[in-house]
Design a binder for this molecule. Structure first.
Ligand code: FAD
Length: 448
């Protein structure tokens, strides 16, 4: 007989929390989870999933434009934002239902309210109910960080962007990361005039320089405006409801919408961590060891709240490893090497392993192979966008240590190519593979 109400109490039913709850329960633990917003978390409700659906929706703008070159004449073509918005929202609700069902069918009890920590083995629900648990898992994710400038409350974040009443004629997007660049592409395709404002002169810092330069070049060519070395000084709401956005080194811009995509901070504020001696770092991230244990031995944390790698597949792996280790008698640690990632910009880009500059800084000898080509579909469509694929190879061992690409379907292609990098395959083994013709991916085995 356990002295606690639950073996495991999870705070947050997002990617990491749902996986940990479900797997721990399947291992036989008595589990409960608290969720203050909607089951599924950021990825399902207001992140990866609805974003990718908008990316698909946005792509039709190009396809419809290119269709005539392929012999299709489309009459009265018009984009209806509420239709897309509402269809996406309905699908998100469907997936939320599936996640809830999965938890329930594994006998995980769900509390649809906020929970905070009140001791090493105790949580408090918003309703006032106190619950004890042998182990507590913090899986509260991250929250959009907004720079504290005058009038910042007039801007929106990715939390609100999926529910806009209408597509803005003019939108200013703050930030240079993947969310900023993805929404720049989406709104541009939907017909907005897009200006991206960034503090530095670099977008997508962690990606290969040549690849991100290509995105910048194509985006600029397509009409997205970039203002670098600029910070907001004040946001004014005008009488007609539009915004006047003041910047450090540019004339003010008037826009209908200002989207802050200026990073995501670990969601730890007001969580009661101090009541159990759970340490956080200078960014507010929960400090954990390699088995996800915090500085309080009965409390653990996974996902964005630990600020290790803010990606859904990582939160899921951490949740799985935690549940297997502590409830499945199967000690597991997450391997953070060779994590593939993508930016669903227009066109999309993706990468895995070392960038060229990382390889040059860490390896004795580096060989670079590139293929810079115009995809067949773009040629016939009269679209002047070139794809760029790049292999980074250890010059001493011939092992392919990085693959980076920008072009149509780059994320789809890179997921398969990432297996080769993870398996430490050599460039000579890439060369042995027969090309699949005609495809864009064949460039991966044809680089000389
Ligand atoms: P979350 O999924 O954020 O879940 C945390 C949950 O905890 C939330 O539901 C929250 O409501 C709840 N919660 C917080 N505090 C409490 C509390 N005190 N009590 C009860 N409940 C609480 N990642 C990718 O891999 N690919 C992508 O393409 C991608 N696109 C993204 C696009 C956008 C716009 C955003 C914002 C994120 C995107 N991400 C993407 C990141 C991805 O969504 C996160 O890495 C992932 O959701 C992290 O999972 P998590 O379990 O740590 O937290």
């Amino acid at each position: 007989m356990t002295q606690y109400d639950y073996d495991l109490f999870v705070i947050g039913a997002g990617s990491g929390g749902v996986r940990a709850s479900r797997v721990a329960a399947a291992h036989g633990a008595k589990v409960a989870v608290a969720e203050e917003h909607r089951v599924g978390g950021t990825c399902v409700i207001r992140g990866c999933v609805p974003k990718k659906m908008l990316v698909y929706g946005a792509h039709f703008a190009e396809d419809v434009m290119d269709a005539a070159r392929f012999g299709w004449h489309i009459k009265e073509c018009k984009f209806d934002w509420p239709v897309l918005r509402d269809n996406v929202a309905a699908d998100v609700s469907r997936i939320e239902g599936l996640y809830t069902q999965t938890l329930e069918s594994n006998q995980v009890e769900i509390f649809h309210e906020r929970a905070t920590i009140s001791g090493p083995n105790e949580v408090r629900l918003a309703s006032g109910r106190m619950i004890s648990a042998s182990k507590i898992l913090i899986a509260t994710g991250a929250w959009p960080a907004i720079p504290p400038i005058e009038g910042c409350e007039h801007g929106i974040t990715s939390n609100e962007v999926f529910g806009l009443d209408k597509i803005p004629e003019r939108i200013v997007i703050a930030g240079g990361g993947y969310i900023a660049n993805e929404f720049a592409g989406i709104f541009h395709e939907f017909g907005s005039k897009v200006t991206l404002v960034n503090r530095s002169d670099k977008i997508l810092r962690q990606y290969d320089a040549q690849i991100r330069d290509r995105l910048l070049q194509i985006s600029t060519m397509n009409g997205i405006e970039f203002l670098f070395h600029n910070e907001f000084t004040k946001i004014e709401k005008m009488e007609d409801g539009r915004l006047r956005i003041h910047m450090s080194s540019h004339d003010p811009i008037e826009a209908d919408t200002l989207l802050f995509a200026t990073g995501r901070a670990p969601h730890t504020k007001g969580l009661g961590l101090e009541k159990a001696g759970v340490e956080v770092d200078k960014n507010g991230a929960v400090v954990v060891d390699d088995v996800n244990r915090t500085t309080c031995p009965s409390i653990f944390a996974v996902g964005d709240v630990t600020n290790r790698v803010q990606l859904t597949p990582i939160a899921i792996r951490e949740g799985q490893a935690f549940a297997d280790t502590f409830f499945g008698n199967k000690p597991t640690k997450v391997d953070y090497s060779c994590i593939p990632s993508a930016v669903f910009s227009h066109p999309p880009l993706a990468g895995v392993g070392l960038t060229e500059s990382e390889a040059r800084n860490t390896l004795g000898s580096v060989k670079i192979f590139t293929s810079d080509f115009r995809p067949m579909k773009n040629v016939l469509a009269g679209r002047n966008e070139r794809a760029l694929y790049k292999l980074v190879v250890n010059g001493d061992t011939d092992v392919v240590v990085g693959i980076h690409m920008i072009g149509p379907d780059a994320p789809e292609i890179l997921q398969a190519a990432a297996i080769a990098v993870k398996a430490k395959l050599k460039k000579s083994q890439f060369d042995e593979v027969v090309a699949l013709h005609p495809s864009m991916a064949e460039e991966l085995v044809l680089m000389k």
